[in-house]
Design a protein around this ligand. Structure first.
Ligand code: MG
Length: 172
């Protein structure tokens, strides 16, 4: 019998630089620094996308959207995540819940966590209470603590779509 549920893990980090917008989980956050990257460098959506791809056994976003490819220059990560979600659904999986930890020394993310939660829920088509958003500082040490990078870890659970479940049962 085929799996009904699978889990996936994603991790990403990007450097903080001047003259870039800070976008986390599809939400624009006012700050004097933003994240460097080929796309909009949304570490949260990149981690979520990799977790989804991992759960579905579909590789990673570096393979699907190479940073050598000018197509993805400054692309919004919401577009990349939508593409990933399409692939995951075509492979017969749908997200159940996501839990993530954002590691950022600054800015304080407490007031933005509900917005990020809501945005990710919309993007994945799941209830807001199926999205966990936690924020941690780097305690002043390491690349996060020195304010050099923002990092995100995400874990996602997927389950078979009804179609695939039926197929799996039909084939025994
Ligand atoms: Mg990235």
């Amino acid at each position: 019998m085929s799996d009904r549920y699978r889990v996936g893990l994603g991790e990403d980090s990007h450097r903080l630089v001047r003259a870039r917008p800070l976008i986390l989980g599809g939400v624009r956050i006012p700050y004097e620094y933003g994240l460097a990257g080929h796309s909009d460098a949304d570490v949260v959506l990149h981690a979520v996308a990799d977790a989804l791809l991992g759960a579905a056994g579909l590789g990673d976003i570096g393979e699907l959207f190479p940073d050598r490819d000018p197509t993805y220059k400054d692309v919004e990560s919401t577009v990349l995540l939508a593409d990933v979600l399409d692939r995951v659904r075509q492979a017969g999986w749908q997200p159940v819940n996501v839990d993530l930890v954002i590691h950022a020394q600054r800015p304080s993310l407490s007031e933005y966590k509900p917005k990020i939660q809501q945005r990710i829920a919309e993007l994945l088509g799941i209830p807001a209470n199926a999205v966990g958003v936690k924020a941690k500082t780097g305690e002043g040490v390491g690349p996060v603590g020195r304010g050099e990078v923002i990092r995100c870890h995400a874990v996602v659970l997927v389950r078979t779509t009804d179609n695939q479940a039926t197929d799996a049962e039909a084939s025994g």
